[in-house]
Design a protein around this ligand. Structure first.
Ligand code: ZN
Length: 355
């Protein structure tokens, strides 16, 4: 169904080529490119450990300025977070949509809610897959700048996280409607999950106060923390390996490949496989997004208006900037990533006493 709809849109857009005004041409081409990227699954199976290492290296090397943030979050792995129950939750597709709507209506600003409504009105484009881990990911969304259309896909897991994940995907849409550029998927990819994760956290916070969903939301919030710390821990192990390359290779491709061969010959291959085999780089953007979202979330708890003011400021940062300048712009707003990890953890622990 989903792919059918996408193919239909693609045909429609391709038939418009040569018929649209000059100023819409770029948006049309961008939209065609986007749909195609969702239709073709570029899946290369990497055979050797060296190939895996090289691919991990390529995806992470451009964001070295953000590596220390992962290190900071990784330190919180396996700490003294107590055990919590994680109960099932069965919701219809419509329930899920309505809970997401109620969150945006009651817990965000007027401006955000208006943007959300523009996406929500297109909810016929929301596709739900029932359990069974049929997709290779939890959910995703697609935005087509040509007509501002928004598609969403989620594999229902019957957990509270389904609701928070819906808020996450709509969060992407809100960023796209406010300020869109293909660079969010290329040069600024490291920041791709920042806005969406903020809404995911906020939605969870909102439902912790709900009589029916409260406990599930609290447990979900803690699970989110645990999993992200664990992912940061694994990624950090890999980053330590990648760091040694810098001094050795001067970033020359052949030198790097030689180094990897040397590394795999002279280290404990099993251990190396355990680290690289899980492709820690996949989680990088989610870890970075979470780290920034935590800071914004804690500001929200003190002063929601100010948090939404900052959120808007982040969304309108010039998307033609490179990753490093984009990062600097966020810092200029007074958001200091990883400075509040301890207070966030204390907040989660206080919440757990309500279970
Ligand atoms: Zn996302």
């Amino acid at each position: 169904m989903y792919y059918e709809a996408l193919r239909k849109r693609l045909k429609e857009f391709e038939s418009l080529r040569g018929k649209v005004s000059e100023d819409k041409k770029e948006e049309l081409e961008e939209s065609i490119k986007t749909i195609k990227s969702y239709l073709i699954k570029p899946y290369t199976i990497l055979e050797t450990l060296e190939e895996c290492l090289f691919s991990e290296y390529q995806s992470l090397i451009g964001s070295q300025n953000l590596w220390p943030l992962c290190e900071n979050l990784a330190k919180h792995v396996d700490d003294d977070m107590p055990y919590y129950p994680y109960p099932d939750l069965i919701l219809t597709n419509n329930d899920l949509l309505e809970l997401t709507h109620d969150f945006f209506k009651n817990a965000t600003s007027k401006e955000i809610y208006q943007l959300f409504l523009k996406l929500y009105r297109q909810r016929k484009n929301a596709y739900f897959v029932d359990g069974q881990y049929e997709l290779s990911f939890y959910a995703d969304c697609m935005y087509l700048p040509f007509d501002k259309s928004f598609y969403l896909r989620i594999e229902k897991r019957n957990e509270f996280a389904d609701v928070a994940t819906m808020a996450h995907e709509y969060g992407h849409g809100i960023q796209f409607l406010t300020n869109y550029s293909g660079t969010l998927l290329t040069s600024l990819y490291a920041f791709h999950e920042l806005i969406s994760t903020f809404f995911e956290l906020l939605c969870t916070e909102y439902y912790t106060k709900d009589t029916t969903l409260g406990k599930k939301a609290i447990a979900s919030n803690c699970e989110f923390w645990d999993v992200t710390c664990e992912n940061a821990f694994l990624l950090n192990k890999e980053l330590q390996i990648l760091k040694s390359i810098k001094t050795y290779s001067n970033n020359d491709t052949n030198d790097i490949k030689t180094f990897f061969e040397f590394l795999t010959k002279h280290s404990n291959t099993k251990e190396l496989e355990e680290i690289i085999g899980v492709h820690p780089s996949y989680d990088f953007i989610y870890i970075i997004g979470y780290i920034f979202a935590i800071e914004l979330y804690l500001i929200y708890k003190e002063n929601p208006d100010y948090a939404f003011y900052l959120l808007k400021k982040i969304m309108v940062i010039d998307l033609r900037k490179d990753s490093e300048s984009y990062f600097k712009e966020i810092l200029k707003l007074g958001i200091i990533p990883t400075s509040s990890l301890d207070s966030f953890k204390s907040h989660l622990k206080r919440e757990l006493t309500r279970l």
